[in-house]
Design a protein. Structure first.
Length: 133
């Protein structure tokens, strides 16, 4: 949803982008959009204004990587995979699963972040505009 919101702000930059307007595109409640806009604002990616103006980008789309967005709205601990930590320590699987998965989880996270760092909101907007023609 974070990328969707940022793409909307760029594609529709000549229009007022209120949370209600964006929510119509995302097909969710405007409260959800305001929560995500708050995260994007905290990350320095958008500026919000109460009323008709709505939100706007603080950076050019080519300056915002998908990794920036992921970090702004991603998981609380910054990982895409969650390893359950409340396992049974008396079970041979439960006692060892976190350690066994640890390397894989870290490798997948590193690959994800490396790929996201190569893509920008401008890439997404370009794809949207091509499909709009």
């Amino acid at each position: 949803m974070g990328v969707h919101i940022l793409a909307m702000l760029e594609v529709c930059r000549e229009m007022p982008c209120t949370s209600e307007f964006i929510a119509g595109s995302v097909n969710t409640n405007s409260v959800v959009i305001r929560r995500i806009l708050g995260m994007l604002k905290k990350a320095g990616l958008v500026k919000t204004t109460l009323g008709r103006k709505g939100a706007e980008l603080l950076k050019r789309p080519e300056e915002i990587t998908l990794l920036d967005v992921y970090r702004a709205v991603g998981a609380d601990d910054g990982t895409v995979l969650d390893v359950h930590t409340e396992t049974n320590p008396f079970c041979p699987v439960g006692a060892n699963i976190q350690t066994a998965l640890g390397g894989t989880v870290h490798a997948v996270q590193a690959l994800l972040e490396a790929e996201l760092s190569t893509r920008t909101v401008a890439d997404i907007v370009s794809g949207i505009r091509q499909r709009m023609k």
